[in-house]
Design a protein around this ligand. Structure first.
Ligand code: HEC
Ligand code: HEC
Length: 626
C-alpha cells in the first residue's frame, strides 16, 4: 500500500468508474437514484469550476485594498460551492483533494506520493489563509499563483473525473464520511484557517448531503420508510442548529455530536440495510463501515495500519505472548531492562520522567517516553515519525546501545532455552507452521500486545455513546473549547484525538509548534531537536519538517505528565498556556514554518481549567486487566 503512488490510485479509480458504468445492475430503481445523484453532482462540480475561473480573473488584478476585498469574497463563494461536492469528491479522489484542492495548507510529502516530490501548500485552505493576510505585492502574487494552480488542478480533474458513475451504497458511505468530516474538520475550523467561516460552510455541506439523501425516497422499501423520515427530520434539525448559531465560539459541538452527527451516522447505515441497498465498497480506508458511532471502539479499524505484518495483530494468543515479552528483561543484554521499564501501566504506559533512564548511569534518552496507549491508531511511530511499522519498531529498542543493547540472535538464543516460551510460541504460531522463535515472531507478538492497548472506554466515550447521562458540565464546556475556540481538535482529531487524519484515517500528521525548553513565557528558549527533518528517512528530508513532531493523542494525558517530546512541560496548564500564547512564534521566537497559528487564543483561566477537565475525562485504564 505504502509504495503505491496516488497517480496509480487515481487511474484505478477512473478505470473502476468506467467499468462500473458499463456493468448492468439488477437494482434498476436504485440505479436511477445513483444516476440522478451523478447528474446533480456533475452540475455542482461545473458550478465550482466556474467560481474558480471567476477567482482567477479577480486574482489577476493589481494589488489594492479593494481587490483584496473582492478576492476575499470570491474565495468565500468558491469555497462554498466546493462544499456541495466535497463529500463525494473527497471519497473518490482523496489524494488529489488532500494534495491540491482542499488539504491542510502544509507541504505534502506523503508515502503515497512519488518519493522526493514535495507539493507546496496550495488549494482552497491555503487561499482561505492568504486572503486574510495584509495587502502586499508579495501576498498579491502569492494569491494569484494559488488561484492559477487551483484552476489548473480543477480543470485537470474535471476532465478525468467527470462524468462520474456512482453506486447507491457508495453515496450513503459518502454522506456518512461527510458527517465525520463536518464534525472533525468543518465545525472545528480546521478547514477555514483564515476566515473561520466554519459554520456557514458546514451548513452548505450538510444541506448538499440532505438534498442527495432525499433522492432515495424514490422506490424506497417499505421497511425503510420510518428510518427515512427519521433521517429527514435529523437533517432538518441539524440545518436549523447550524443556521441559528452563527458564533463560531458559542456553537455547542457536544449537542451537535450527540443529537445530530452520531444519530445520522447510525441511522444512515440502518437505512441502507433496511432499504436492502447492496454494499459495494469502493474505497479502502480505516473507517469501519459497520460502526454506529464515531466513538465506538470499532470505529477505526487498526488492521488497516498493519496489513504487512507476520500474522494479523488482532490475535488473543499472540497478544498474551506479547504481554509476557513486553515485561521480560531477558530481552535486554544485561537482563535488567524491559519495555515495561519505560512504558509502565501505572503511569499510563509512559514512565513519568522528562526523559527515560537508560542502561548507563546518569545518561537519559534523547526524548520523553510517550504513552503507548492507542499507539496502534497511527501510520507512523516515534516523535519524529521514523518508523512505519509497529513490528519493526521493536528493532529500534533492541539495537539501541542505551536501551536493550543487543541483537535478535541473542534474544532468540535466550528464549529458545526457556521451555515456557517454546510452548507459548508453539501455541501462538504453531497452527500456521510459524512456531519458530525468530525476529518476526518475537516482533509480531510484541506489536500485537502494543496494538491491543486500546483505550476508548473513558467517561467521555461512555457519555457520547449514550451509555451514561453523567458528564461534568465543565468537561462539556472543555470539549466545546477543544473542538472550537481553542482549535485543539484541528490537530488532535476525533475520535482518538491524535494526528491521524479524518474522515478516512489513512495518514498521520506531524506539526511544528515551536516547542520550548520548559514553559517560560518571559525568557522562552527554543528546543533544538530537529524532529522529523533528521529522522533518517529520505522522504522527510525537507526543511518544512524542521522541529516537526508527531501529533500524539491527548487521551490519558492526565496520567502521563510531563509532556511533549522533550518532557519539559510539567503540567497541562503549562501546555495549554503555551498554546494560548501562540506557541514558540507567538512568544516572539523565530520559528521557521511553525504550523500552529501564532495568534493568541485568548483563553481565560477558567477556560483553560475547562479544557483540562475535559482531558481528565479521557482517561481509561480498563485495558490493563486483559
Ligand atoms: C529506555 C526506555 C525505553 C524502553 C526500554 C522502551 N521504550 Fe519505547 N519509547 C521510549 C522513548 C523515549 C520513546 C520515544 C522515542 C522517540 O520518539 O524518539 C519510545 C517510543 C515508543 C513507541 C512509539 C509510540 C508512538 O506512538 O509513536 C512505541 C510503540 C514503543 N516505544 C514501544 C516500546 C516497546 C515495545 C518496547 C520494548 C521492546 C519499548 N518501547 C522499550 C522509551 C523506551
Ligand atoms: C498545530 C497542531 C496542534 C494544535 C492546534 C494543538 N496541538 Fe497539542 N500537540 C500537537 C503536537 C505536534 C504535539 C507534540 C509536540 C511535541 O512534543 O513536540 C502536541 C502535544 C500535546 C500534548 C502533550 C501530549 C503528551 O503526551 O506529551 C497535549 C496535552 C496537547 N498537545 C494538548 C493540546 C490542547 C489542549 C490543544 C488546544 C489548546 C492543542 N494540543 C492544540 C499538535 C497540536
Amino acid at each position: 500500500m505504502k509504495k503505491i503512488s496516488f497517480l496509480l490510485i487515481f487511474s484505478f479509480s477512473i478505470i473502476f468508474m468506467l467499468s462500473a458504468m458499463k456493468a448492468s445492475n439488477p437494482y434498476k430503481k436504485m440505479d436511477s437514484i445513483a444516476e440522478k445523484v451523478a447528474v446533480l453532482y456533475t452540475a455542482n462540480f461545473y458550478k465550482f469550476q466556474e467560481e474558480v475561473n471567476a477567482l482567477v480573473l479577480i486574482a489577476n488584478k493589481p494589488a489594492s485594498l479593494g481587490k483584496l476585498k473582492a478576492v476575499k469574497e470570491q474565495v468565500e463563494k468558491t469555497r462554498l460551492s466546493y462544499k456541495s461536492v466535497e463529500f463525494i469528491f473527497d471519497y473518490y479522489q482523496t489524494f488529489y483533494n488532500g494534495a491540491f484542492i482542499n488539504g491542510a495548507p502544509l507541504p505534502k510529502v506523503s508515502e503515497y506520493y512519488e518519493e522526493g516530490n514535495v507539493i507546496e501548500p496550495c488549494g482552497l485552505q491555503a487561499l482561505d489563509e492568504a486572503v486574510f493576510e495584509e495587502v502586499s505585492q508579495e501576498n498579491n502574487q502569492h494569491i494569484k499563483e494559488l488561484a492559477y494552480k487551483l484552476k489548473e488542478k480543477v480543470d485537470f480533474v474535471s476532465n478525468r473525473h467527470l462524468p462520474i458513475s456512482l453506486e447507491s451504497s457508495q453515496i450513503i458511505e459518502c454522506i456518512r464520511s461527510g458527517m465525520v468530516r463536518i464534525f472533525t474538520m468543518g465545525i472545528t475550523g480546521f478547514d477555514t484557517p483564515g476566515s473561520t467561516n466554519a459554520l456557514k460552510e458546514s451548513y452548505v455541506s450538510f444541506e448538499s448531503m440532505e438534498t442527495t439523501f432525499l433522492l432515495f425516497e424514490e422506490g424506497i422499501h417499505a421497511e425503510a420508510e420510518v428510518k427515512f423520515k427519521d433521517i429527514k427530520s435529523l437533517f432538518k434539525k441539524g440545518k436549523k442548529m447550524l443556521k441559528e448559531n452563527t458564533s463560531f465560539n458559542d456553537f455547542d459541538r457536544m449537542v451537535f455530536l450527540k443529537d445530530i452527527v452520531n444519530p445520522l451516522y447510525s441511522d444512515l447505515l440502518d437505512f441502507q440495510n433496511l432499504n436492502k441497498t447492496e454494499l459495494k465498497p469502493f474505497k479502502k480506508h480505516a473507517q469501519n463501515y459497520q460502526a454506529k458511532n464515531i466513538f465506538d471502539i470499532n470505529f477505526i479499524n487498526t488492521d488497516f495500519y498493519s496489513e504487512l505484518v507476520y500474522l494479523p495483530l488482532d490475535n488473543p494468543k499472540t497478544i498474551q505472548l506479547g504481554k509476557l515479552l513486553f515485561a521480560d528483561p531477558q530481552l535486554s543484554n544485561d537482563n535488567k531492562m524491559s519495555c515495561l521499564s519505560c512504558h509502565n501501566p501505572n503511569k499510563g504506559f509512559g514512565d513519568g520522567l522528562p526523559k527515560s533512564l537508560t542502561n548507563q548511569k546518569g545518561v537519559f534518552t534523547d526524548r520523553h517516553s510517550p504513552s503507548i496507549l492507542n499507539a496502534g491508531y497511527s501510520t507512523r511511530y516515534f516523535w519524529d515519525m521514523r518508523e512505519y511499522n509497529l513490528e519493526k519498531q521493536v528493532m529500534h529498542v533492541v539495537n539501541n546501545d542505551l536501551e536493550f543493547n543487543t541483537d535478535f540472535d541473542a534474544i532468540i538464543t535466550k528464549l529458545n532455552k526457556d521451555s515456557k516460551y517454546l510452548k507459548l510460541f508453539k501455541i501462538a504460531y504453531g497452527d500456521i507452521s510459524k512456531q519458530d522463535i525468530n525476529q518476526r515472531s518475537v516482533s509480531n507478538a510484541i506489536a500485537a500486545y502494543v496494538n491491543s492497548l486500546k483505550s476508548l472506554n473513558s467517561p467521555f466515550d461512555k457519555y457520547v455513546r449514550y451509555e451514561t447521562n453523567e458528564y461534568p458540565e465543565k468537561a462539556k464546556r472543555g470539549f466545546n473549547l477543544f473542538m472550537g475556540k481553542a482549535m485543539c481538535g484541528t490537530c488532535h482529531f476525533a475520535p482518538v484525538f491524535n494526528g491521524t487524519v479524518p474522515p478516512f484515517y489513512i495518514e498521520s500528521e506531524s506539526e511544528v509548534l515551536g516547542i520550548t525548553v520548559g514553559f517560560d513565557s518571559i525568557e522562552p528558549k527554543l528546543d533544538k531537536d530537529l524532529g522529523r527533518l533528521s529522522n533518517g528517512l529520505k522522504i522527510d528530508k525537507n526543511m518544512y519538517f524542521k522541529n516537526s513532531f508527531k501529533t500524539v493523542s491527548v487521551r490519558n494525558s492526565d496520567l502521563t505528565a510531563p509532556y511533549m517530546h522533550n518532557g519539559s512541560f510539567e503540567t497541562l496548564e503549562d501546555v495549554i498556556s503555551f498554546y494560548n500564547l501562540g506557541g514558540g512564534a507567538g512568544m516572539g521566537l523565530s520559528v521557521e514554518n511553525q504550523t500552529l497559528s501564532n495568534a493568541p487564543l485568548n483563553l481565560s483561566k477558567q477556560e483553560i481549567k475547562d479544557i483540562i477537565a475535559f482531558i481528565k475525562t479521557l482517561t481509561d485504564t480498563s485495558v490493563y486487566d486483559h
